[in-house]
Design a protein around this ligand. Structure first.
Ligand code: ARG
Length: 588
């Protein structure tokens, strides 16, 4: 279904042409003065020079033809040459009714669906999830849902950090604690135990302990590096420990992501990319892309237009070890082999931007991906505490994700119990649903690239630009719709009627924008615009609700028209929050 902007643009183009002007001028935008009009066109100003005519006259010429169109209630020409438009209530109602007939609320699926891979989450195995991983998960999940809604084939890949030095650290510490385990017996040829020699709790203690030992003790660090080296070169016992670490860790990660309503299609990781490295390195050497620089193998990626230095992409260290660049390049080789994506979007902390610039340039330059593959870095900012510094626990440590979620849920539970409309059990369940919305909306409503302040009080508030406010609005609509039914309201498909008052029209105009907004959100990979949109809908709905008798409206037709509008409003809101990755409870 065409968006309203497209439809109006078509009308506008026809009017410009009929009046004898170039239709290129007929650009229509949403009004930035909603008090004066709903849509506007400033093309007459742009045409003044070309036609050597006052913009006002051009606008007047065009307006003559616009006035013939049934789309508009008013067409006004304002000095110096703005064309201000208000839609006719009938055409708004028609549009909304059509929209509600479509499955995707007027959004048209991509004519040529793309294969898009989204690299997000990126947790490091054996380390507890912390708030830094929260943003990647939340933003990535939403981007996945948005691009998928557009009809693309979308594959979300968690890209585990499962191959680095942290593995060597854990192996080293485990060996010190339990040297008797068969994994450390070089002569052992039997089958290794199926059960892991640690629990997730132990694993999460082993890692930081080993990490701090290694920082203090050079010998220990060397041992851990050597263990990493052996693991990466196929040491049988270490590989078995690695498998245990993976199983225990991934089970725990799955639980955590499930709680966040975050789901991955692929659970691949850095380790999976390793087997692609030798051939890739050989290609880079043979085709003359790589050169040695002080023993290290590098690929130059500096471009002439660069204002700053972009250091070469590091392929192998002088001791032959692979690096972060290598792994990401090899992962692209793998992705190319398995999926031939048209686009890969990386949702990663923006401090890693340089790394991705290097990797992207190297992948393009060396033909690892085709020149048409779009590699996009969606870098996000830091989540800060109220003090403006990276979010920490009260004690100053790294905040674990679980604890953060618990803190929000407890606060939500208190607020819900203060309202005292639900039982304790239900309140707990509701608190989890609303708590998640508070966290996700708090994050997504900011432009991804910016830092933001995580403020429990603000995020959990039922008022203002928050997740709970949005959910509260949905719940309010649900309850009106339920009452309408209880009172014997018609169960048949109702239709939206031309608006009767300004509040109703304002709400309608918001709802009607959904497909226009969605296109921009998708095009710009910008979930924050979806948040801004539903916040506006919620505001318009609540104004309408306070100013209008809905269920007590006596005119049956009017009443059912309101109900139809509420039904569509609810669908739009629910679709949007689903695209953002959360849901609404039945009651609050
Ligand atoms: N594991 C990395 C980290 O915690 C993030 C991985 C991001 N994705 C990637 N393809 N490099 O910093």
């Amino acid at each position: 279904m065409k968006t309203m902007l497209e439809l109006i643009t078509t009308e506008m183009e026809a009017a410009f042409e009929k009046a004898g002007y170039d239709k290129e001028l007929a650009k229509v935008t949403l009004s930035n003065r909603p008090d004066l009009c709903e849509y506007q066109c400033n093309g007459a100003m742009a045409g003044a020079k070309k036609y050597k005519k006052a913009p006002f006259m051009i606008a007047e010429d065009v307006a003559v033809y616009l006035k013939e169109s049934s789309y508009f209630e008013t067409v006004e020409v304002v000095k110096p040459g703005f064309i201000n438009l208000k839609l006719a209530p009938q055409s708004v109602a028609d549009y909304l009714n059509q929209m509600s007939e479509t499955e995707k609320l007027g959004v048209e699926e991509a004519e040529e669906p793309k294969t898009i891979m989204i690299d997000y989450g990126g947790p490091n195995v054996a380390k507890p999830l912390h708030v830094g991983h929260l943003r990647s998960a939340i933003i990535g999940e939403s981007v996945k849902r948005i691009t998928r809604f557009k009809g693309n084939k979308v594959i979300g890949d968690i890209h585990l950090g499962d191959w680095g030095y942290q593995m060597g650290l854990i192996i080293t510490e485990l060996k010190k604690r339990k040297p008797e385990l068969p994994y450390f017996d070089e002569n052992f040829t039997g089958e290794y135990p199926a059960e892991a020699p640690f629990t997730i709790g132990e694993l999460e203690e082993i890692y930081p302990t080993a990490s701090s030992y290694a920082k203090e003790d050079e010998e220990y660090r060397k041992e851990a590096l050597h263990a990493t080296y052996l693991l990466q070169n196929g040491h049988r016992g270490y590989r078995a420990v690695w498998n245990h670490i993976m199983n225990v860790s991934v089970t725990d990660l799955k639980k955590n992501y499930e709680r966040l309503n975050v789901e991955f299609d692929l659970w691949k990781g850095e380790a999976d990319a390793q087997k692609y490295i030798p051939d890739m390195v050989q290609m880079l050497k043979e085709e003359g892309y790589a050169r040695y620089d002080e023993g290290a193998l590098v690929v130059d990626v500096q471009e002439e237009s660069d204002k700053k230095e972009v250091p070469p992409c590091m392929i192998l260290k002088s001791d032959g070890a692979a690096l972060y660049d290598t792994t990401d390049l090899a992962t692209l080789v793998q992705r190319e082999e398995d999926y031939q994506p048209d686009e890969v979007i990386y949702v990663v902390d923006k401090r890693q931007e340089l790394h991705f610039t290097q990797v992207f340039r190297c992948a393009k330059k060396t033909g690892i991906v085709s020149p048409n593959t779009r590699l996009e870095f969606l870098g996000f900012g830091t989540m800060n505490g109220k003090d403006g510094k990276p979010f920490k626990t009260r004690e100053g440590g790294v905040m674990r994700l679980e604890n953060l979620i618990r803190e929000i849920n407890d606060e939500m539970y208190k607020k819900i119990m203060d309202n005292r409309t639900v039982e304790e059990e239900e309140a707990k369940k509701t608190a989890r649903i609303v708590g998640l919305a508070a966290i996700k909306y708090g994050d997504l409503s900011n432009q991804a690239g910016k830092d933001y302040i995580f403020d429990v009080d603000r995020f959990t508030s039922f008022e203002g630009n928050t997740g709970p406010y949005i959910l509260y609005t949905i719940v309010r609509i649900k309850s009106i719709l339920a009452k309408y039914k209880e009172n014997g309201g018609s169960a048949e498909k109702l239709s939206i009627r031309p608006s009767g008052n300004v509040y109703e029209k304002a709400l309608m105009l918001q709802v009607l924008k959904f497909n226009d907004v969605f296109e921009a959100v998708c095009e710009e990979t910008a979930p924050h615009k979806l948040c801004a949109y539903i916040y506006e809908i919620a505001n318009e709905f609540n104004k309408f609700y306070h100013e209008t008798k809905i269920l007590s409206e006596e005119d049956e037709e009017k009443r059912s028209g309101y109900i139809a509008l509420l039904g569509l409003t609810k669908r739009v809101l629910e679709t949007c929050i689903d695209l953002l990755g959360f849901e609404a409870p039945e009651r609050m």
